[in-house]
Ligand binder design. Sequence first.
Ligand SMILES: O=C(O)CCC(=O)C(=O)O
Length: 265
Amino acid sequence: MDQALPPTAREVYRRQGFVTGLRALSDAETATCLSQLAARIHRAEQSAGGRWWPRDHRPHLSADHPLQAWARHWATRPAVLAHVRALLGPDLLIRNVDLFVKAPGQRRAVAWHVDSHIPSDRWLTAWIPLTPALAHTGPLELMAGSHRQQLSPAPDSPATLTLKPEAVERLSSLQRHLNVQPAGTMSLHHPSTVHRSGPNLSDQLRVALVVRFLAADVTPEEALSGVCAAVDGARPTHRMTVRDQFAMTWSGPEGSWHALAPSDG
Ligand SMILES: O=C(O)CCC(=O)C(=O)O
């Protein structure tokens, strides 16, 4: 379970800017992870009179967050770290975690974008579906080799990471990979890989745990942030500030969690 990425998968990552279908959590762990998440959200919604707390957690603004311990536990499972270390090296930092939750029948999609406008091989995104990533549940879709393409027009700030239609059109010769994969598996993608996700046409929630891992030698400019949390006491070699907690965001519907939540999570 904690085997590192095989050399062929590393080569695939370098060539196409992503690698998919890696086992991150066992089936039992995936079920536990999802039911814990549902229970925490359900409890928080209940205690807030049926509404969720702000979905954007910035540790420097509020010290505590009901999902922080949950996210750290699952983001740092041995198999997850072994695969990421094979690409970034032994010392890892976490910049932030995002939870992408799509309601049953949600038509809103995530448009073609990159995760950074600054080329860097010193960080990546781990995308872990906690529910099956099927063609009709809005899985990730990635363009192979796009991380080495010059985009035109090119995003020039974190506010312009979504591609203009003409930039997407210019990439039409690249192969598109629909990231259909079982719950509990993982894909890793490069910050410059062009990707998107579609609508959730199923009648189930669609949940993905997304972790932005940094190598310890990343610079704040490359990371698009000067703040991170350390994995297993790793120390950054540049000007990154290490905090106990990482930033988190999550999107998703209110009030849909009770069906997934056990009575005690
Ligand atoms: O899961 C999704 O819908 C989108 C995720 C994404 O764009 C990302 O991880 O960068």
